[in-house]
Design a protein around this ligand. Sequence first.
Ligand code: XMP
Length: 327
Amino acid sequence: NWTMVNIAEESIEAVRAQVGGKRAICGLSGGVDSAVAAALVQRAIGDQLTCVFVDHGLLRKGEAEQVEKDFVAATGVNLHVVDAQERFLAALDGVTEPEEKRKIIGREFIRVFEEAAREIAFGAEQGEAEPVEFLVQGTLYPDVVESGGGTGAANIKSHHNVGGLPEDLQFKLVEPLRTLFKDEVRALGEQLGLPAEIVWRQPFPGPGLGIRIIGAVSRERLDILREADAIAREELTRAGLDREIWQFPVVLLADVRSVGVQGDSRTYGHPVVLRPVTSEDAMTADWARLPYDVLQKISTRVTNEVPEINRVTVDITSKPPGTIEWE
Ligand code: XMP
């Protein structure tokens, strides 16, 4: 499509003009915005860009691999992966309060990212290249408007800034998507050759599965939720409903147990909550009327394939009064 070709070419030129021969870094979250911003900047300045992916262990099944393999395959970008799973688990140990979880995850994310940025800068100084001067952010037009038109992706809605970074990081910002809306970003991503799984990915919160486990986060609980979530997503995709449904959180009620029966034995397992919603912008949302046969398949598969889960429920609350996420 011609408009997108033009937008892509103009943006690539603008990034080249801004960054010149300097080095840049970009945090990848697995989400579409950071992926498209990174792909665009990579087209503009190639190896002067290094992407940083912090694996905090709160991702869904296959997501880390998607960034590590599919994104790199599609773009050829330099990727610096930090495996910070242990660190996040340790920091979250025993924490149940939602805001406290968010603060811990946000704080650890920034620390890990800063360490990575220093390592990259240090590595660069050893060789011929310049130290890192620019930070690429996938700020969209609605983010700019929401933060009052300032320069900061850093101050979007306070709880939305995991992946957004504080301004005292001392980088100059490169924000190639600042004039675009989400649908334009997706079109641009397709234009740049990114895989559909990345371009059409549903929104996913920065704190990840950490805020979809009601109760304390542990590796075992994450593994349980990851399995149930993967089944729900797979069945939604199979039913061809991915683009109709805005988001489909699966929530593990980790501190709740109920009695069930499987085969000849009594079970005492955990419930999960399916939270499919439709929405335009996540400010308001309605619970999605998923077809009964889709719900039935998910329910049967989750209780058969995830031994710790013996009950599947559906959240039928709109937003407001509910939020999309449970925490
Ligand atoms: P709520 O739960 O407030 O969520 O209805 C609205 C939208 O925001 C997403 N969300 C987040 N995104 N960091 C993010 O990047 C966060 O901390 C965060 N919390 C909620 C949520 O998934 C939904 O799309």
